[in-house]
Design a binder for this molecule. Sequence first.
Ligand code: ADP
Ligand code: ASP
Ligand code: MG
Length: 406
Amino acid sequence: MGLIVQKFGGTSVANTEKVMNAANRVIDTYKKGNSVVVIVSAQGHTTDELIDKAMEINSNASKREMDMLLSTGEQISIALLAMALEKLGYPAVSLTGYQAGMYTDSNYGNARIKSINTERIFKELDKKNIVIVAGFQGINKYDDITTLGRGGSDTTAVALAAALKADLCEIYTDVDGVYTADPRIVMNARKLKDISYDEMLELASLGANVLHNRSVELAKKYGVNMVVRSSFNKDEGTVVKEVDSVEKMIVRGVTRDDDVARIAVLGIEDKPGKAFQLFSLLAKENISVDLIIQSIGREDVKNITFTVSRTNLNKALDTINMNLGLLGATEVKYSDKLSKVSIVGAGMVNHPGVAATMFEALYDASINIHMISTSEIKISVLIDAKDAEKAVNFIHNKFKLDQIVE
Ligand code: ADP
Ligand code: ASP
Ligand code: MG
């Protein structure tokens, strides 16, 4: 007996049958004497459809109004799940982010949770209610609705699990765990029995959208017991935890991220302070930069090439073009038909040759590498988007990720 947080993603509550299925999974846990707090996402593609609706009316809508709109998807789901539980004879109450005490900053569209007032939830649990909370949403200091960024319901679930000191946080989704690669693009991807917080954080940040990266950050910070499992079968799922003691793999997974665009600023004066100028201009516009390379200066000029998220491409280009004179640069080029493909594994640090093996896989696939970046537990390459699926498959095979290494 304990307190269990369960989160059901969009596919898991996509229609009446799936809402009833989720309700039954909740009841199984409740019947064992547990207190249950359930977080739900918007049904199916609701969030995308809401975005489309907004775009039809105003493609430049304010972020505040976007959040007002997008938060409605989750509100539908909480009410429907509460009704399903009621119908099945179990006491349930639905709460919006506001009612559940989820306070965030005011960064509409990508807000961060600042604090959670758990009073109402505990009051409802004391009454033996199953508490259903809208994922992805919160409230800021102006009492306005905010959202946590795409995929943010995972973060609601983990944050609540931490605040309520839950015994377990179960993420129910449409795959039965975390795989060595997205099982939709790599046929022989293998389900991992467990994965460390650090590796999962990298995978999630590098494109494995099975978990929202901030949810993993919070799980690590607060030591939340977390498991990713299917809402459609009773398989064990993947445990995300501090120390990974079961499987020994050098490379844990391969991911792709298509939200990347490359900008090359050419003919910059080769003198101190130019990189500083360029990147502080971008920082002032709140644009994060990822991979960076600077060419060797020739004839007193150099080129700086870097990547940004596709959503920031136009803003970055405008900013640079307006400051070409200041930078002493001659030309700006860009491409947004690129993908970042990465491998992640905590064991890489002690095994030389991992990068070479990854590059060999890309050579075998005749794929050209545009940029490379490495850290202790990951290696990323920038390649043409059209090659990304092939790259992930070749890399997955090269490292034999479909096989368990003893
Ligand atoms: P939910 O709506 O339940 O939050 P998401 O669509 O956000 O579900 O996340 C689940 C999806 O993540 C899967 O359908 C799968 O295609 C994708 N995915 C990407 N990388 C991985 C991975 N390494 N392991 C499992 N699933 C992955
Ligand atoms: N409904 C939101 C989205 O589609 C949040 C989530 O599903 O986690 O991004
Ligand atoms: Mg998700």
